[in-house]
Write a protein that binds this ligand. Structure first.
Ligand code: SF4
Length: 237
């Protein structure tokens, strides 16, 4: 059973899956080029990172599964790897839950993972209002063929049975106040929506974002207030 190349592994995290003790697997490459992305090496130069054999990870997971709740699979963008279902299946066989971080651009992969019960929790980044102009500006490439996929993944999660959250990282110069309302109109009724402030001071895909300051806490509180008018399950993370 062919598995995707694994380029990073964290043996323990309390922050990658709310309320759960998880291990984290990092898969390389991404089909977006978000200028504010922090995972520069994983996205742009994964060949410079060492490959981690899954067998080593499996040994660790088997040994520690009595206290680990699950494994978060992140990237890069995990759904661009056609072998992703095999990886999820192997983890589920160890009796561990699987969380998937995704940009939502592969609805067919998501459908397959959900249908086969290979995923227990999905965190989907809704990067911007779902219009060609706004999404393309935030993800750094033309979003024309991606938007229908993202909309379909959002719909699938809203109407489906798998647990999920939507989230948006708010980036100065890229996001504006009115974006929150536009995004929220598309996710009304969702289980959870998290707003995250851009961190700053870390290496970013476009180096100029490294020097950007995050939004002020007053600004972020305003965004949250706007979000809660339409989505009462909105929170700050
Ligand atoms: S932030 Fe954007 S470029 Fe970076 S991994 Fe996520 S979707 Fe890909």
């Amino acid at each position: 059973m062919k598995l995707p190349e694994i380029k990073g592994f964290m043996d323990f995290s309390l922050v990658d899956w709310d309320g759960k003790a998880s291990a984290v697997i990092f898969l390389p490459f991404c089909n977006f080029q978000c200028p504010f992305c922090y995972n520069t090496t994983l996205v742009l130069r994964p060949e410079t990172m060492q490959r981690i054999p899954y067998n080593e990870i499996a040994r660790y997971l088997s040994k520690n599964r009595s206290w680990l709740d699950g494994v978060a699979i992140t990237g890069g963008e995990p759904t661009i790897h056609k072998e992703l279902p095999n990886l999820c299946k192997r983890i589920k066989k160890l009796d561990l839950s699987v969380k998937l971080d995704t940009n939502g651009s592969n609805s067919a992969m998501m459908k397959k993972l959900i249908a086969q019960e290979f995923v227990d929790y999905v965190a989907l980044d809704v990067k911007a209002p779902l219009t060609l102009e706004r999404y393309s500006a935030v993800i750094g490439i033309n979003a024309e063929n991606l938007l229908p996929e993202i909309e379909e993944t959002i719909r699938m999660l809203l109407q489906g049975s798998v647990d999920y959250e939507f989230r948006t990282t708010l980036v100065p110069t890229l996001h504006r106040k009115e974006d929150i309302e536009e995004i929220c109109h598309k996710i009304i009724g969702c289980k959870k929506y998290f707003l995250q402030n851009f961190k700053g001071d870390v290496e970013t895909l476009d180096p100029k974002y490294m020097n950007f300051k995050p939004f002020s806490s007053t600004c972020i509180q305003e965004f949250l207030k706007d979000a809660r008018r339409l989505v009462p399950t909105a929170f700050l993370r």
